[in-house]
Design a protein around this ligand. Structure first.
Ligand code: NAD
Ligand code: UD1
Length: 359
């Protein structure tokens, strides 16, 4: 099958492109590299030994997007492209609404025009807001607590309306819990710009000596050790969930919503302990104030995805920490250089080998 992947150079997108190529699909990536680097695409090619087409384009560019659909026989879309920093979304809500909501509207309009009505959408567990109970099931009440979360919630509602207006659509909404880890090769992983907001990228940088110490946000939550509890999921398990969701929408119309999580919660202190064991270093930390907007605990009931998609996670917390650490140790070579050169290449670029580039 020929699959368009928006945001395919990003953290979750790049791991999913690997799995799509490994399962025999043709992939076309569209990404504007606003939060990623084309280097990740070359590394996907190295991991899989496969070529694929890349468009350096924003999904807000309707004309450009139409040309992609005209020039390729696209059968389905996996839509990762979006901005995801909660704090930034509070400071610049319009930027988030335009990119995440208008971008999705344009994408859906173009898909409708070219009769491509199969879509997998990246949503987030953040749409549950403060959960009414644990573990969290898909039918729990929804509530956005910041503009980023609201952009996800609004898009979910738009996709429901779209299906109600045209029953030919087949849509999978995936609510991710906390993706961490990296590809086992150490070639691709999460590459946040600046100081990381999320726990694992912060810990890996402390372990590597790039940051001095971790601040634990709150030690007085009603949890096992007072620190926040989350459902951490290995990014490769998450990527596999997309392959299963894609298979599902090939044969069933409708809007299908799934939690993608492990079902187990780990506290911040448990994650620190696990990471210390993996990397053999001590992670210096202090316990500070709670971070505004944080919930005390959040973990999934993943049974719907298990029964309907035949998907469940395979990788435990040790593997997540080990793969994050391997990525931290291996990452970053050539990153800046590639981004500058790539901006000057023809569009689309048939991604074959980095050597073509650097010669
Ligand atoms: P990411 O930032 O690494 O990847 C997103 C990609 O989309 C980047 O490569 C970015 O350059 C691209 N992009 C952004 N706006 C674009 C546009 N207008 N046109 C083309 N490309 C654009 O983020 P990620 O962690 O891989 O997340 C992927 C998706 O999953 C996002 O929609 C995010 O909101 C959602 N999500 C992520 C998490 C998480 O913890 N990482 C959790 C829940 C949901
Ligand atoms: C955050 C976002 C959420 C988003 C998710 C994945 C907020 C309020 N929520 O969720 O919307 O979907 O990332 O991108 O930003 N922690 C520390 N110290 C740190 C960083 C984190 O103690 O420096 C703690 C947090 O308080 C939390 C846990 O670690 O208990 C995980 O934090 P994080 O990785 O940021 O994920 P979420 O808070 O679940």
């Amino acid at each position: 099958m020929s699959v368009l992947v928006t945001g395919g150079a990003g953290y979750i997108g790049s791991h999913t492109v690997v799995e799509l190529l490994n399962t025999g699909n043709d992939v076309i990536v569209v990404d504007n590299f606003s939060n990623s680097n084309p280097e990740s695409l070359f590394r996907i090619s190295e991991i899989t030994g496969k070529d694929f087409k890349v468009y350096n384009l924003s999904i807000l560019d309707r004309e450009g997007l139409e040309k992609i659909f005209l020039d390729n026989n696209i059968q389905a879309v996996i839509h990762f492209a979006g901005l995801k920093a909660v704090g930034e979304s509070v400071e610049q809500p319009l930027k988030y609404y335009i990119n995440n909501i208008s971008g999705t509207l344009i994408l859906c309009e173009v898909m409708q025009k070219y009769e491509v009505k199969k879509l997998v959408f990246s949503s987030s567990a953040t749409v549950y807001g403060l959960p009414k109970a644990l573990p969290i099931s898909e039918d729990f009440p929804l509530n956005a607590t910041n503009p980023y979360g609201r952009s996800k919630l609004i898009v979910e509602e738009i996709l429901e309306d779209l299906f109600n207006s045209d029953k030919e659509w087949s849509i999978s909404i995936l609510r991710y819990f906390n993706p961490i880890g990296a590809h086992e090769s150490g070639k691709i992983g999460e590459d946040p710009i600046g100081v990381p907001n999320n726990l694992l990228p912060f810990i890996t940088k402390v372990a590597a000596g790039e940051l001095k110490e971790l601040k634990v946000f709150g030690g007085d939550y009603p949890t096992k050790d007072g620190t926040g509890v989350r459902d951490y999921i290995h990014v490769v398990d998450l990527a596999m969930g997309h392959i299963k969701a894609l298979e599902k929408i090939l044969f069933t119309k409708g809007v299908h919503i799934y939690n993608l999580g492990t079902g187990s919660g780990y506290s911040v202190l448990q994650i620190i302990a696990s990471f210390e064991k993996t990397c053999g270093k001590t992670i210096p930390y202090t316990i500070g104030e709670r971070r505004p907007g944080d919930v005390s605990a959040c973990y999934a009931n993943p049974l719907k995805a298990k029964s309907e998609l035949n998907w469940s996670t395979m990788r435990g917390i040790e593997e997540m920490c080990a793969d994050s650490w391997r990525w931290q140790l291996n990452s970053k070579k050539d990153y800046k250089k590639i981004k500058t050169i790539f901006a000057e290449m023809e569009n689309p670029y048939l991604l074959k080998s980095k050597r073509d580039f650097l010669l």
